[in-house]
Design a protein around this ligand. Structure first.
Ligand code: ASP
Length: 358
């Protein structure tokens, strides 16, 4: 009787305990899955680059696509190699990756810079370190071979963030950077682009800074380059370099050298480099906005990038895109145009390069 009583009272309690145990176990599994989903993958992206918006897909040729892919890959490998050197920081990765793209005539930065309305090449660049929020930038320079290196020198060797024009050039010369004659930046395709613009303007078709794609030469107004990097200590960095927009006014400065607009890096958020119609990127403080959505609103990296590029800029008519990388090695590329030349490399050396929405 007693036994039977005990059984009848113990059985429900056992069932209850085992149900609680099962539920607890299930919750633990769910929690672990959730944590794993949020955890960085074993291979982290250590360098991401972009080469601007580029040309519409219909204008791309297989030859140009192959050259672009090869240049992006070379840049990624150079950035990763720089990061692997003893004591390297994210800044080393960013600078090395961008210098490769600046030295290539394929991109609107350094050697391949577009022409202003006056037929000159005026270059802008910026760089930022996510651990310290230190930053450097230069704008409207005409004789500095690698503007990204000058931006870094401003950050490391001056007490300022942004130097422009002659002041930036004198500073870079004194800092021992490579100086070239302005004719170094002259390239046949870009020259033909600006001539075509002048013809259109003479015929009353194009406004200053308006987007234009020369159907004969697959180059567009947007071809800025940028890089984001993650070093071994978990610090991010970002940089951007450009010739600006084809046919821009003498002295016009876009978003690329503006910290918070074209470039931003913050370990607590992300490293961001932008490309697109600079006037919009300045007004929307795009790079900083992405960082702020992650840091203050707790958004995921790709959601923050999507929000700014697709929900904020696109309806306003701001064409462009960005790349972003966080301290866990999560990388995203977002654009509201038909394409954006871009790529990434992981710490184990896996390279991914894409030109359009593929
Ligand atoms: N954002 C650059 C500028 O407005 C142009 C570009 O990204 O191609 O100067």
């Amino acid at each position: 009787m007693t036994t039977a009583k005990c059984r009848t009272t113990e059985t429900p309690s056992r069932i209850y305990r085992s149900a609680v145990c099962t539920l607890h176990f299930a919750l633990c599994i769910l929690f672990a899955l959730h944590v794993m989903a949020d955890e960085p993958k074993t291979s982290r992206v250590v360098i991401g680059v972009h080469g601007g918006i580029g040309v519409e897909r219909e204008q791309m040729t297989p030859e140009l696509a192959a050259k672009l892919r090869a240049a992006l890959e070379e840049s990624l490998r150079a950035g990763r190699a720089a990061l692997e050197r003893e004591g390297a920081t994210g800044l080393d990765g960013v600078e090395a990756a961008i210098r490769v793209l600046e030295d290539s005539p394929l991109f609107n930065a350094g050697k391949g810079a577009v022409f202003t309305h006056e037929g000159r090449n005026e270059l802008d660049a910026s760089i930022m370190e996510g651990k310290t929020l230190r930053a450097g930038a230069i704008a409207s320079v005409t004789i500095i071979k690698n503007p990204i290196t000058a931006a870094r020198a401003v950050m490391e060797k001056s007490k300022h963030v942004l130097l422009v024009g002659r002041g930036a050039e004198v500073f870079a010369t004194r800092a021992g950077l490579e100086i070239v004659d302005p004719s170094y930046f002259w390239t046949e395709p870009r020259w033909r682009d600006i001539q075509k613009r002048w013809e259109q303007e003479a015929a009353g078709k194009a406004g200053e800074g308006a987007r234009y794609v020369n159907p004969l030469l697959p180059k567009s107004a947007f071809g800025t380059v940028g890089a984001v990097a993650l070093d071994r200590d978990g610090n991010v960095a970002a940089g951007t370099s450009t010739g600006g927009m084809t046919n821009k006014a003498f002295g016009r400065v876009g978003d690329s050298p503006i910290i918070g607009a074209g470039t931003y890096a913050d370990n607590a958020g992300a490293a961001v480099s932008c490309t697109g119609h600079g006037e919009f990127f300045i007004r929307w403080s795009v790079a900083h906005e992405v960082n702020a959505l992650i840091k203050h609103a707790g958004m995921k990296l790709e959601d923050a990038a999507h929000d700014v590029i697709q929900r904020q800029l696109k309806p306003a008519g701001g064409e462009g895109g960005l790349i972003a990388l966080d301290r866990h090695g999560r990388f995203t590329a977002e654009f509201n145009t038909s394409g954006m030349y871009r790529g990434s490399i992981t710490d184990d050396g896996v390279v991914r390069v894409a030109l359009y929405d593929d």
